[in-house]
Design a protein around this ligand. Structure first.
Ligand code: HEM
Length: 418
């Protein structure tokens, strides 16, 4: 492992390791990333004692290169920060984000069945119906908290419908996902410190066992849902084991539900804060919606970072990486890289091209649900914006201050024309 240069307390990357950093206002964090990008080469971020830490990849080109060289930048040691403990790996080791090479390719091939054009087309019809129902409920009930009333409902219902999760399990699943996410990343408050997300992972473990049980049942009595398709062998004789199914479902809950809900919530804030962009979108929704959705994802970057471990020597932007080095791909910084995005802090739904890395930088782990997420967001904003009620965010979103995802705990909202 490359030994970092002696630290003097003025290490330019040091503040990224401070839990307090992630609770500071977004503008402060973005300014810090801009300074790091200007340095050119990756910077070292010390984590605790004894020279431990990671190299921060903050430029668009760096994140893209690392994503596309999986033999150099491996995922197997774990992609979260801090890395999962051994007991967590024993439990979650099958999760595809933490696999490389043939192990990853085989698992991805099986679960890709969830994302074939035929299944996605069927899901699309369902998405429009679920989005319309959610907005009907909102107009009837007049709730004032957006995350629970709107943003988290759509992705959860869509995935549960695709997978064929019985209705009576869903409230409990939603609760566990919420609990798990709340405990991932950096803790809030004065006692803030980096820590293992043990409690959150235990919530996911309980959910995995529940889904594994459904999988065993479907293997005996298959139906036409996705769980049946995943656990029953296809023509290649490949299927997920019950434990792998549980791990995949947990991944979908965090990777697919949390991310989409946060993107939707940030999207409402962005449209409220930028009435000119909202008016433009409303002037021709079908023309501008795709650009608006991608700009929401670029601007909010729901997944802030993923980690890789160097498996082979490689030079990137003048820095020689050696096996064992830890690197962190800061999507949140890459998406504001002024080299790629003119006026990067502006929210511009007509931005073109918009080569953001919100779904990853390409390569074998590129987000499996990118198309699904875009369809969900477009369907929901169509319903939210085109009903004549003038829905608006009220006040600032309550951000969780996590170093992993740009999570919004709550956001108040109101109608201009009730
Ligand atoms: C706005 C919403 C979303 C964002 C921002 C997002 C972002 C990401 C990112 C950054 C990665 C890692 C890419 C890499 O390492 O190169 C990823 C992976 C993944 N995403 Fe998403 N995602 C979203 C929605 C979804 C949805 C809706 C699903 C599924 C229903 C999903 C399923 C996955 C899976 C399974 C992986 C792991 C792929 C692998 O390791 O091969 N994501 N996502």
């Amino acid at each position: 492992m490359t030994l970092p240069a002696p630290r003097t307390g003025t290490d330019p990357g040091a503040e990224l390791a401070e839990p307090g950093f992630w609770q500071r206002p977004p503008a402060h964090r973005l300014a810090a990333f801009a300074r790091l990008r200007a340095l050119g080469s990756p910077v070292f971020v010390p984590e605790g004692a004894k020279g431990a830490g990671h190299w921060a990849l903050v430029r668009h080109g760096q994140v893209q290169e690392a994503s596309r060289l999986p033999k150099v930048f491996a995922s197997a040691p774990g992609v979260t920060t801090p890395e999962p403990a051994r007991w967590v790996r024993a439990l979650f080791g099958d999760s595809m984000v933490n696999l490389d090479g043939p192990d990853h390719a085989q698992l991805r091939k099986i679960v890709q069945r969830a994302f074939t054009p035929r299944l996605l087309a069927a899901a699309e019809e369902d998405i429009h119906a679920v989005a319309a129902r959610i907005v009907d409920d909102v107009l009837d009930g007049q709730p004032d908290e957006f995350v629970s009333a709107v943003a988290s409902r759509l992705p959860l219902e869509v995935i549960c419908n695709m997978m064929g999760i019985p209705e009576h399990y869903r409230a409990e699943i939603a609760d566990r996902v919420d609990h798990a996410s709340e405990n991932i990343g950096v803790e809030r408050g004065l006692a803030a410190r980096l820590r293992m997300p043990g409690r959150g992972l235990r919530a996911l473990a309980r959910m995995q066992r529940m889904v594994a049980g459904i999988g065993r049942e479907r293997r005996k009595n298959p139906t036409d849902d996705l769980i049946s398709a995943l656990v029953c062998a296809n023509v290649d004789g490949q299927a997920l084991g019950a434990r792998q199914l549980g791990a995949f479902f947990s991944l979908l809950m965090v990777a697919g539900v949390e991310t989409t809900r946060n993107a939707i919530t940030h999207g409402l804030t962005l449209l409220t804060d930028h009435p000119d962009q909202r008016d433009l979108l409303l002037s021709d929704f079908e023309q501008y919606a795709d650009g608006a959705v991608d700009e929401m994802i670029r601007h909010s970057t729901p997944i802030i970072q993923f980690r890789r471990t160097v498996a082979a020597e490689h030079t990137l932007d003048g820095h020689l990486f050696r096996p064992g080095d830890k690197v962190v791909l800061y999507y949140a910084s890459a998406n504001r890289d002024e080299a790629l995005f003119p006026d990067p802090d502006a929210f511009d739904i007509t931005r073109s091209p918009n080569p953001h890395l919100g779904f990853g930088g390409g390569g074998p782990h590129f987000c499996l649900g990118a198309h699904l997420a875009r369809v969900e967001m477009k369907a929901l904003f169509r319903e939210l914006l085109t009903r004549p009620v003038g829905l608006r965010a009220v006040g600032l979103p309550d951000l969780a201050g996590s170093n992993f995802d740009n999570r919004v705990r709550s956001l108040r909202f109101a109608f201009e024309r009730p």
